[in-house]
Design a protein around this ligand. Structure first.
Ligand code: 4LI
Ligand code: NI
Length: 187
């Protein structure tokens, strides 16, 4: 089981590396790594497991955060509707690639956090409002998915990790809370 001990922190050069493509067909090892990453996110969102193992809550995780330079991300975006408890997005992506995106930009009103960053970095992280992502799934099949709002922000944050980019690289250093008009602010 993965815990916070497995997650590397800011300053580790792996977080600034460009990760390698994962060969397809996937190896059993790469499939298992994806499963372990998704399990970590489930545990991190489970109040009992999170307390027991001192896990910080997360909705996304990238392999380089485990010091593994492979293009693998896991996403688990929970529902905010108690009537519909199924996650909005639960997936592992191998070699994810943004194949198109909106002209409109968006950001989270409360800024972003990262399991590899043990400090608060205030400011708007401006990203694409909508993205279409092509990737290989756990079954080795090619998929294409269109995401908007929070899931779109999360997938961009995680794909950034595969390219050595941190969320605060996108924050306006001079004025962290300045926004162009027509940037969608997600509450
Ligand atoms: C516990 C159990 C307020 C502050 C609101 C926690 C279950 C921030 C938001 C969670 C903020 C869950 C999150 C991300 C932000 C802030 C990630 C709590 C886990 C909210 C996810 C990758 C950025 C993703 C919305 C500085 C570890 N996650 N909050 N950003 N949640 N979570 N990011 N922003 N302000 N980071 O952090 O997984 S994209 Cl679900
Ligand atoms: Ni991160």
């Amino acid at each position: 089981m993965l815990t916070m001990k497995d997650i590397i922190r800011e300053g580790n050069p792996t977080l600034r590396a460009v990760c390698d493509e994962v060969p397809v067909p996937l190896t059993a090892e790469d499939i298992q790594l994806g499963k372990d990453m998704l399990e970590f996110l489930h545990n991190s969102q489970d109040p009992e497991m999170a307390e027991k193992y001192e896990l910080r809550g997360g909705v996304g995780l990238a392999a380089p955060q485990l010091d593994i330079k492979k293009r693998i991300i896991a996403l688990l975006v929970p529902s905010n509707n108690p009537e519909k408890p199924e996650p909005i997005l639960e997936t592992v992506m191998y070699n994810p690639k943004i194949v198109s995106h909106s002209v409109q930009d968006a950001c989270l009103a409360d800024g972003e956090g990262c399991l590899s960053v043990d400090r608060e970095v205030p400011g708007y992280v401006v990203r694409h409002a909508r993205v279409t992502v092509a990737y290989t799934d756990m079954n080795g099949e090619t998929q294409k998915i269109r995401l908007k709002n929070y899931p779109a922000i999360v997938v961009q944050h995680e794909i950034d990790h595969l390219n050595g980019v941190m969320f605060y690289d996108h924050i306006n250093a001079k004025n962290p809370f300045s926004l162009d008009k027509d940037v969608l602010v997600l509450e």
